[in-house]
Design a protein around this ligand. Sequence first.
Ligand code: AP5
Ligand code: MG
Length: 204
Amino acid sequence: MNIILLGAPGAGKGTQALRIEENYRIKHISTGDIFRHHMRQQTDIGNLARSYIKKGQLVPDEVTLKIVEIALEDAGKINFMLDGFPRNINQAKALDGLVAIDKVINIDVDLKVLTDRICGRRNCMECGYTAHVSTLSDGVCPKCGGEMYQRVDDQEDTVRSRLEVYTAQTAPLIEYYEAQGKLASVNGMGAPDEVFAEIRKVLG
Ligand code: AP5
Ligand code: MG
């Protein structure tokens, strides 16, 4: 099954992707994670991506499409879940020419809760575990003991830009995939396990 996870910044795409990957054995492809990997390695792509990500803007389509094509080839173009891609109509049309998508899961949240969720988020350097700062007793990952850090784009003014970009460029994809008969929306306002229970109903 080939899936797209759609949702605003902080909607819980990464949180749910981990659960889906574990339960359905589908390869998780996150364009944000790939860019962050390049940023850590200080590659040309990473340095270019940082200049956009820091401002809460989209990385140019031609760069993003290149990394997605590579990731899809690596996955054998089958049994994958795209998280954070596509993010505008141009990317969606390009994807239509590359692979067949079976289902698009839209994690639907009230945009008002997202600034707190994102600004309070911490990620583990080692295993990628994500948690809200209020649930952590120190700066150490409760799963693996690695160091928890805050993403460069998780500051309040950057989050504002990310939400504006989402509303203008990404939200129209909901209608785009509805018209293709592939969209399933789930309520993203419950606890992560409740959201996952809804996703299970969609994926079967
Ligand atoms: P990306 O990494 O894709 O970030 P995003 O889409 O902004 O989404 P986030 O990762 O912030 O949120 P999420 O939905 O994964 O939520 P999470 O599960 O972490 O992209 C980053 C940047 O890279 C972009 O801004 C852009 O610059 C660039 N980029 C990436 N893809 C691109 C593309 N295709 N084209 C161009 N540029 C691209 O959860 C968030 C927080 O909420 C966590 O603290 C979590 O613990 C908590 N949480 C999760 N679920 C719940 C819940 N149900 N209840 C309460 N709290 C919850
Ligand atoms: Mg994410």
